[in-house]
Write a protein of this length. Structure first.
Length: 534
C-alpha cells in the first residue's frame, strides 16, 4: 500500500512569519506560547501598534519598549537586503501605520549610526514622512529621545521630505500652535533646499513669523496665504455672506475656500455660529475624503439635500478615492455605525469592499473562527471607536462573503455558528453580528473551537490575538487540525508569544489592520513560498 502517493497531496509551502516548532513560553493567559524570530515578532507588533497606546495585556510603556528593543536588536546586525528600510516604507505605505513607521525609521537610523553603518538612512527617513506634519513629528521624537544634535543623514532625510511636502496649503492646515516643532523649526534645523522661488518665500515667511520679526508681511507670491489672511479679517456676517453668495470674482464657496486654503474645521469660528444646511452644502465640495467620512451624521442632522448627499456618496465609493484615502477597512464600519442612514449604506458598502480587494476567492470549504473573547474587546486607541474584535469580524465576514462555502464561528470559552443569509450585504452581516450577540466575551478556547467545528474543511482561518487560556481548553489549535490542512492565524495584537507554530508547512501567521497579507493565501495553497509583502 502506498503511504505517500494517495488521496490528496498538498504542496508544502512556507510563509515569512516564523516561530519555534515547540513552545518554550506561555501566552498572557497561560496557554502554550511559541516564540517568533525577531523579524516576525517585530512585523506582527508594528502592523498592529498605534504607539503610545496600551493593549489588554500590555501597558503602553511596555509595548513601546518592546517595539524599540526589537528594532534596535535587528538594526544592530548586518542588513544586506535592507529589510528594515523596506519594512519602514511598507509600514507607512500599504500598512498605513503612521506613528509606528516614524519610530521604526528613527530607531533604525539611530542604531545604525551608533554602529557606524551609513547605508541608506537618509532614504529610510524620507520614505516614511508622507504627510506635511510628519517632518516635525519625526524631529520631535528624535529630539525627545536623542537630543537636538542631528546627524547628517537625519537632517538630509527630513530636509528631503520638507522640500517635497511644504506648501502654502500644508502650512495652513498642519503648522499649528499645538505642535512644539513647527514648520519653521524644521526648516532651521534641517535646512531643506527650496524647489522654487515661491517655496523660498514661504520658508522665509514661516521663519519670520516663528521668531517674531516685526512687519513680516505676506509676500505677494504667496497668494493663498494672502487670501487666507483676508478671509479671516471678515466679520462673521461678512464671512457668512461671502460663503453663501457666489459671485463672479470668487466663484462658489468651495472655490473661495480652496483659494484661501481654509479647512472645513475653521468654518464655525469664521462665521461665529453653528453649522447649517446651507453652510454644509456650500463647503462639502471642498472637503477631503476623510472629512466627508467623519461627518455623515452631521450632514444628516443638518438636513443636507439628497442631491448634495449623492455627490458625497459618489466620492466615497469612487475606487480611486478609496485607494488614495488609505482608510482602514474598519473606518467604513465606524462611519456606518455613526450614521446608519440608508443613503450612506450602499456607498459605504462599496467603499468597504474596495478596501478589501486583497481578500481572496478560494476553492473548497473554509472554517473561519473569530475570537470574541474579552481581550479582543480591546480598543486600538484611547478614543475606543475601533476594537480588535471589530477588525476580526470585518475581515472574517468579508472573507466569508468572498467564499460562500464557509463556516463562520464566534468563539471564546463558548462558541456558536454564525448563520449566513443569502444576498445579505457585508455591512448588514456585521450589524447582525453585533445586534444578535455574537460578541461573546470570556476566555480564549481556540483549540476547543477548532476541534469541535472542523469537519474536513479545506482550510482553517483564525482571527485572534492568540492569547489562549490554560485552564479551559485553550491549547494549541494546530494540534487538532490535520497536519496537511492549511491553518492561517491572522494576528490582531502582536503579543510576544503565538498560539501555534508558524513558518512551517501548512501553518501560517499573518497580521495587520489592512487586507494586504491575505493575498498570500492562494499563493501558499499553490505550493509557493512567500516572503514579507515588501
Amino acid at each position: 500500500m502506498s503511504k505517500f502517493n494517495s488521496g490528496t497531496v498538498r504542496a508544502a509551502a512556507r510563509s515569512p512569519i516564523g516561530s519555534e516548532v515547540s513552545p518554550s513560553g506561555h501566552t498572557h493567559q497561560g496557554g502554550a506560547g511559541y516564540l517568533r524570530d525577531s523579524r516576525s515578532e517585530l512585523f506582527l507588533l508594528a502592523v498592529t501598534n498605534l504607539v503610545g497606546e496600551k493593549s489588554f495585556y500590555e501597558t503602553a510603556a511596555a509595548r513601546d519598549s518592546r517595539f524599540g528593543q526589537l528594532i534596535r536588536a535587528i538594526a544592530s546586525k548586518p542588513d544586506p537586503d535592507n529589510w528594515l528600510g523596506r519594512f519602514a516604507a511598507y509600514l507607512r505605505g500599504p500598512g498605513n501605520m503612521r506613528s509606528a513607521s516614524l519610530v521604526l525609521a528613527a530607531e533604525t537610523v539611530h542604531s545604525r549610526l551608533a554602529a557606524g553603518c551609513e547605508g541608506n538612512n537618509r532614504q529610510i527617513i524620507n520614505a516614511v514622512l508622507q504627510r506635511p506634519d510628519e517632518p516635525g513629528e519625526f524631529l520631535a521624537y528624535w529630539i525627545s529621545n536623542y537630543g537636538r544634535n542631528l546627524p547628517m543623514p537625519v537632517k538630509r532625510g527630513v530636509a528631503d521630505a520638507a522640500a517635497r511636502l511644504y506648501t502654502e496649503r500644508a502650512s495652513l492646515k498642519y503648522d499649528t500652535a499645538s505642535h512644539t516643532v513647527r514648520f519653521a523649526d524644521v526648516i532651521r534645523l534641517a535646512h531643506p533646499a527650496p524647489r522654487a522661488e515661491w517655496q523660498l518665500a514661504l520658508f522665509r515667511h514661516l521663519i519670520g513669523n516663528r521668531i517674531g520679526v516685526e512687519g513680516s508681511d505676506i509676500p505677494s507670491s504667496l497668494l493663498m496665504l494672502r487670501d487666507h489672511a483676508a478671509l479671516k479679517k471678515l466679520t462673521p456676517a461678512q464671512a457668512r455672506k461671502y460663503l453663501l453668495t457666489p459671485n463672479e470674482l470668487t466663484g462658489s464657496a468651495s472655490d473661495a475656500l480652496a483659494a484661501a486654503g481654509m479647512t472645513w474645521e475653521q468654518i464655525p469660528a469664521l462665521v461665529d455660529g453653528p453649522w447649517t444646511k446651507e453652510l454644509w452644502e456650500a463647503i462639502i465640495p471642498s472637503m477631503g475624503y476623510m472629512a466627508l467620512l467623519r461627518n455623515l451624521r452631521n450632514f444628516d442632522q443638518a438636513g443636507v439635500s439628497d442631491e448634495v448627499a449623492a455627490t458625497v456618496a459618489a466620492k466615497l465609493s469612487n475606487p480611486e478615492q478609496v485607494s488614495k484615502s488609505r482608510q482602514f477597512p474598519m473606518r467604513f464600519l465606524s462611519a456606518f455605525n455613526a450614521a446608519p442612514s440608508l443613503r450612506w449604506a450602499w456607498p459605504l458598502e462599496k467603499a468597504l469592499d474596495l478596501s478589501l480587494t486583497n481578500l481572496p476567492t478560494l476553492t473548497g470549504d473554509t472554517l473561519i473562527l473569530i475570537d470574541t473573547s474579552s481581550s479582543m474587546n480591546d480598543a486600538f486607541s484611547k478614543d475606543g471607536a475601533l476594537r480588535r474584535w471589530d477588525a476580526a469580524v470585518v475581515f472574517g465576514l468579508a472573507l466569508a462573503h468572498r467564499n460562500p462555502k464557509s463556516t463562520v464561528v464566534a468563539y471564546s470559552t463558548k462558541a456558536t455558528t454564525f448563520p449566513s443569509v443569502p444576498g445579505e450585504s457585508l455591512l448588514s452581516s456585521i450589524q447582525r453580528w453585533k445586534l444578535d450577540g455574537y460578541f461573546l466575551g470570556g476566555g480564549t478556547a481556540t483549540a476547543a473551537a477548532a476541534q469541535h467545528y472542523y469537519k474536513k474543511h479545506d482550510r482553517v482561518v483564525i482571527l485572534t490575538d492568540e492569547q489562549t487560556g490554560r485552564y479551559y481548553g485553550g491549547g494549541d489549535p494546530s494540534t487538532v487540525i490535520p497536519k496537511d490542512v492549511p491553518l492561517y492565524t491572522f494576528n490582531l495584537a502582536g503579543y510576544e508569544h503565538g498560539h501555534a507554530p508558524s513558518g512551517i508547512p501548512h501553518r501560517h501567521t499573518f497580521g495587520g489592520l489592512t487586507d494586504s497579507m491575505f493575498a498570500m493565501m492562494p499563493l501558499l495553497e499553490r505550493g509557493r513560498n512567500t516572503d514579507f509583502p515588501f
